[in-house]
Design a protein around this ligand. Structure first.
Ligand code: OOG
Ligand code: MG
Length: 254
C-alpha cells in the first residue's frame, strides 16, 4: 500500500521506539531523494515534540569501507539528538533492533554552517576535533536499504559518544583508528579513508546544507562518517575506539 510521507515518518519513528524492524519503504512506495529528507525531518519533528533537543548532524558513506559494506555509494546526512547520547550506563541491546558500532571522527561547529566551505576557510567554522563512537541501528529488516530508505530512516542514527575534544588545528588526517571489542582489534583504518581528509566532511556537509536549504548551528557536533565497517553489538561487549593522538573512547553493552 502506498503511504504518505507523514505515515512513513510515523512508521519509522515507531519502529525505532519499539525496536521492531519494518519492511523497506522502497519496496511498496517509491520515494525521491527530496522526499526521503522530508520524511527524515518529519520523524525528527516527532522526537523534538517529545522534548528531545538537536545536538548535531552526521554524514554517512564518506569512506569506501562503509559504501562497500552497505552497498550505498552516495554521501548522506542525518540528525542527532540529545537522547542518542550514550551515557556512562552504556548501551542496552534490547532497546535496539540489531545495533552496530563504528568508530568516527567528530567536529564541533563554531560558526553556523549555511554556505559553501572550502579547505581554506574550514577552520573558521570548527572549534574542536575528537574521536567518537557511533551506534547505528537500521529500522529495516536485515539492515538492508536503498539510498532513499536509509535517508528516510535518519541514516540509521541511534547513539553516539564523543571522546576528549582537541583544538580545531589538531591534525585530523592520517589518524590511526582501531575498534577494539573485548580486547580484540576488530576493525582498523585511517581517518584518511574519510573523503581523503576528514575535514572534507565539513565542506561536504556545507554542500548538503546549501542543496537542501538547511543550516548547521554553532555548537553542533558533526560526525564525519566511519572509516571502517560497523560491527554488531552483543550483551557484555566492552568497546573501545582508539584514535592515535586524539585519544580513546570506551563504553560497554549491558
Ligand atoms: C547508514 C549510516 C552510515 C557512516 O558512518 O557511514 C554511517 C548505515 O550504515 O546503516 O553512519
Ligand atoms: Mg556513522
Amino acid at each position: 500500500m502506498k503511504q504518505t510521507l507523514a505515515q512513513i515518518a510515523e512508521l519509522l519513528d515507531t519502529a525505532a521506539s519499539t525496536a521492531k524492524a519494518v519492511d523497506q519503504i522502497s519496496k511498496t512506495t517509491p520515494i525521491t531523494l527530496q522526499e526521503s529528507y522530508e520524511i527524515q525531518a518529519l520523524s525528527i519533528d516527532k522526537r523534538l515534540g517529545r522534548g528531545e533537543k538537536m545536538t548535531g548532524y552526521k554524514l554517512g558513506f564518506t569512506s569506501k569501507a562503509k559504501m562497500e559494506q552497505m552497498g550505498v555509494h552516495d554521501v548522506i546526512w542525518g540528525r542527532l539528538t540529545d537522547q542518542m547520547e550514550i551515557t556512562d550506563d552504556g548501551i542496552s541491546v534490547e532497546k535496539g533492533i540489531h545495533p552496530r558500532i563504528e568508530p568516527e571522527i567528530a567536529f564541533r561547529v563554531k560558526k553556523t554552517i549555511d554556505r559553501l566551505i572550502t579547505n581554506e576557510n574550514v577552520l573558521e567554522y570548527i572549534d574542536g576535533i575528537a574521536g567518537a563512537l557511533e551506534m547505528i541501528d537500521s529500522r529495516y529488516e536485515n539492515f538492508k536499504f536503498s539510498l532513499e530508505d536509509v535517508i528516510a530512516d535518519n541514516c540509521s542514527s541511534s547513539g553516539y559518544l564523543i571522546g576528549p575534544w582537541h583544538s580545531a588545528d589538531t591534525q585530523s588526517n592520517y589518524v590511526a583508528i582501531n575498534l577494539i571489542i573485548n580486547g580484540e582489534t576488530v576493525q582498523t583504518g585511517s581517518s584518511h579513508a574519510i573523503l581523503g581528509n576528514p575535514l572534507e566532511s565539513i565542506a561536504e556537509a556545507s554542500k548538503m546544507m546549501v542543496k537542501y536549504n538547511h543550516s548547521i548551528p554553532a555548537g553542533s557536533i558533526i560526525l564525519a562518517g566511519a572509516a571502517t565497517s560497523a560491527v554488531y553489538l552483543k550483551s557484555g561487549d566492552q568497546i573501545e575506539g582508539t584514535f592515535g593522538h586524539l585519544g580513546s573512547v570506551t563504553t560497554h553493552v549491558k
